[in-house]
Design a binder for this molecule. Structure first.
Ligand code: MBD
Ligand code: FE
Length: 296
């Protein structure tokens, strides 16, 4: 049996009816996407000779792993793929320049304290080195960006994020801030050094990665959104260039230009990093994508 089986009139009619393309009601775009996705699954089933038992094991996997979908999506490369798609669309539209985007990941929390000046991100005790990070937020001509807000979030020295910490021991916004940037475009903050992240051991993502012969580790990293009136909101992160997983990130978030090596001096580590924003072409670009995010 070959994939041509999916092209038989019976299966094609099934796809038409199942995706609602024969009905005038409903959403045409949703119908078309549903039809293509279901057809792609059918082709994979035929191509790989998926048995009935394997099929139901896969369905059970999806049913059970809902809480970790936000990890599975970057783990299989789809979240990074969206960056590649957005980069390619930008290139087609003749847009380039600025700090590269890279994935948000599933661990942002809205509503972090809004602070000004040299900011401390860390509320909780954490016996590790101190990270000092500073730099500029500028536009395409090097102009300081006025009215910028830098959203920063990272893990603690155990690799756990506040709000998502399985040990339940972190304050709500530990290592999370929104920093209002002054008219000179300069920012500076310090915090307790993050460690790399690992997916929950034994969980759905971990089991999937192991079955693929992979792992679920990320290098130590710091996430950012940068938003400012008149500029395009940037989603990015820096990954520590000297981390053992800097070249082997399970989530594919590391990118050239986003891998600074911390300058480590005794109990302190320093990173200088400048952000360059693109100008917004439409006001929608000044805002975040419509992803549903945790709130606290
Ligand atoms: C993270 O901390 C992260 O940044 C991503 C992208 C995926 C899982 C955990
Ligand atoms: Fe992260």
């Amino acid at each position: 049996m070959t994939e041509d089986f999916v092209q038989t009139p019976e299966v094609q009619a099934l796809l038409d009816r199942a995706s609602g393309v024969e009905s005038d009601a409903g959403d045409a775009r949703l119908k078309a996407i549903t039809r293509d996705l279901v057809e792609a699954i059918m082709k994979a089933i035929v191509k790989h000779d998926v048995s009935e038992s394997e099929f139901w094991a896969a369905i059970k996997y999806f049913q059970d792993s809902g809480d970790e979908f936000g990890l599975i999506v970057p783990g299989v490369g789809l979240e990074h793929f969206m960056d590649l798609v957005m980069d390619a669309r930008d290139a087609e539209a003749g847009r380039s320049g600025g700090t590269p985007r890279t994935i948000e990941g599933p661990l942002y929390v809205a509503g972090a304290p809004l602070v000004e000046g040299e900011a401390n991100l860390t509320d909780d005790a954490d016996d590790t080195d101190t990270l000092y990070m500073n730099g500029r937020v500028a536009g395409p001509d090097g102009e300081p960006v006025e009215g910028a807000i830098l959203h920063v979030w990272h893990a603690n020295s155990k690799g756990f994020y506040s709000h998502f910490d399985p040990t339940g021991t972190q304050s709500p916004f530990n290592n999370r801030r929104r920093i209002r940037i002054g008219p000179d475009g300069r920012y500076a903050f310090h915090s307790r050094m993050p460690s790399g992240y690992s997916v929950p051991p034994g969980g759905p993502t971990d089991r999937f990665m192991k079955a693929l012969g992979r792992h679920g580790n990320r290098p130590a990293h710091v996430h950012f959104f940068v938003e400012a009136p008149g500029y395009r909101t940037l989603t990015t992160q820096i990954n520590f260039g000297d981390d053992p997983f800097a070249g082997d990130d399970f989530a594919f978030a590391t990118r050239e230009g986003l891998l600074p090596v911390p300058n480590r001096q005794g109990d302190s580590a320093y990173i200088a990093f400048d952000f360059e924003l693109q100008r917004a072409e439409v006001s929608d670009e000044e805002h975040f994508s419509a992803r549903v995010r945790a709130e606290a």
